[in-house]
Design a binder for this molecule. Structure first.
Ligand code: NIG
Ligand code: FE
Length: 412
């Protein structure tokens, strides 16, 4: 199928072709000039209208941007934890809920009690909701298994999800999320180390992930998971500095990690280190708002030249959010980011975290046609907080979402 997206008010383009990422202090180099875009098959064909295209979109007044890349989600999971949210609102801290058997353990029990079909039905529903909000690539994580068998099952279910949705989906093994009953943290990582070759053989995992927190794992465990990732040719991702400061950033950077996620309690030294490192700073403002967490030093990270990234952290505990436009709106307000900084962090830089920035994440001829038509200018995405700005979404050249009120723009 060929599409011609015509007369847009803005087409978001990188300053040069082939960039793997763009540091946040260069976000203003992105172009957002008026223009058109032609899609042919699954690729972006040109930056001009194509009068011979099978379908045309009248994009007057619209921005055309890359499909969003949500590089940090906890799909697939089972059920929700709304009752914990009510406890948090009433003032009970996440760490206390977790110590009382809630939190990750509660989602692990739910996953164990839910059939494959039901887990996949929930995850597919969320993937469809993500698509309608412009997410054309996303990451999945295990971590709600809490036994080798259940972690392997979660990774297998993530593979089944990937095979059945319109998006490009990657898989991370969050092998150190909570310490399972019957183990101490070291014994659990011994078991993980023994089981990893088999777990990886049955799945398409590209990264290992670890959660450093008083209720989870330590910096020594972070270093150990980093060594395991290196030994298996995988990337290291890490949940660090979420609820309290543990000094994890230097440990993770020397691993070296591909991304450090949360960073709500990061220090000025951490900011400087991330500004110089080839490691993404993945900020999760949804979790920060929902959990009344500390605010990550987002402005400082961008000014320091970090590879700034945004993601939903979609999970049943800290962030039951799947909308990247909402995340962009929160980031702009709370980190005092520009719309361009937030868009960059949700597209090219997020694709780099998943090793997909050669294929997607920016509008470039020859890249996969993961493209959104937004119902207003780029600046309206953060401004109209809570509104879904996606009029049309293309994933791999397929028109996978068309908002009914925008149908008048489409003609054969
Ligand atoms: O990214 N912090 C650790 N992991 C998740 C929360 C998981 C849960 O509470 O279920 C996070 O916030
Ligand atoms: Fe997370």
């Amino acid at each position: 199928m060929s599409f011609s997206i015509e007369d847009a008010a803005q087409v978001l383009r990188p300053p040069e072709a082939g960039l793997p990422y763009l540091r946040s202090d260069r976000a203003s180099d992105l172009g957002a000039e008026p223009g058109s875009l032609a899609l042919d098959g699954d690729r972006i064909a040109s930056f001009s209208a194509d009068s011979g295209a099978r379908q045309r979109i009248d994009a007057r007044g619209c921005a055309v941007v890359p499909g969003f890349v949500d590089c940090h989600t906890h799909l697939p999971f089972a059920g929700w934890r709304a009752e914990e949210y009510a406890m948090k609102i009433a003032g009970r801290p996440y760490t206390e809920i977790a110590r009382a058997g809630g939190g990750i353990r509660s989602s692990a029990r739910a996953l164990g009690a839910t059939s494959d079909d039901d887990v996949l039905a929930q995850a597919r529903g969320l993937a469809a909701e993500m698509l309608a909000h412009g997410t054309t690539t996303f990451e999945t994580k295990s971590g709600y298994g809490l036994s080798i068998e259940a972690e392997t099952r979660a990774l297998r279910l993530a593979g089944a999800l990937a095979a059945s949705v319109a998006q490009d989906v990657t898989s991370s093994a969050l092998v150190a999320h909570a310490v399972p009953d019957g183990f101490d943290a070291d014994a659990w990582l011994d078991a993980v180390e023994r089981a990893l070759p088999q777990m990886l053989a049955a799945t398409t995992v590209t990264a290992l992930d670890v959660y450093v927190e008083s209720v989870a794992f330590t910096n020594d465990h972070l270093a150990r998971v980093g060594a395991l990732a290196a030994a298996h040719g995988l990337d290291l991702r890490a949940h660090v500095e979420q609820f309290a400061r543990h000094g994890s950033v230097p440990v993770a950077l020397s691993a070296p990690a591909r991304s450090l996620d949360h960073l709500s309690c990061a220090s000025a030294e951490d900011v400087a280190a991330l500004g110089a490192a080839e490691c993404a700073a993945v900020l999760l403002p949804g979790a920060e708002v929902m959990g009344a967490e500390e605010l990550a030093p987002g402005r400082e990270l961008a000014d320091a030249g970090a590879i700034g990234v945004l993601a939903t952290d979609a999970n049943p505990g800290t962030s039951p959010i799947v909308s990247m436009p909402l995340i962009i709106g929160l980031a702009v307000r709370r980190y005092r980011w520009t719309a361009l900084e937030a868009l960059l962090a949700s597209t090219l830089n997020a694709a780099w975290v998943l090793r997909r920035s050669d294929a997607t994440g920016s509008l470039e001829v020859g890249k996969r046609a993961d493209v959104l038509v937004i119902d207003g200018p780029i600046e309206s995405v953060p401004y109209r907080l809570g509104h879904n700005p996606v009029a049309f979404a293309f994933a791999g050249g397929e028109l996978v979402y068309a908002r009914p009120d925008q149908a008048w723009r489409l003609a054969s």
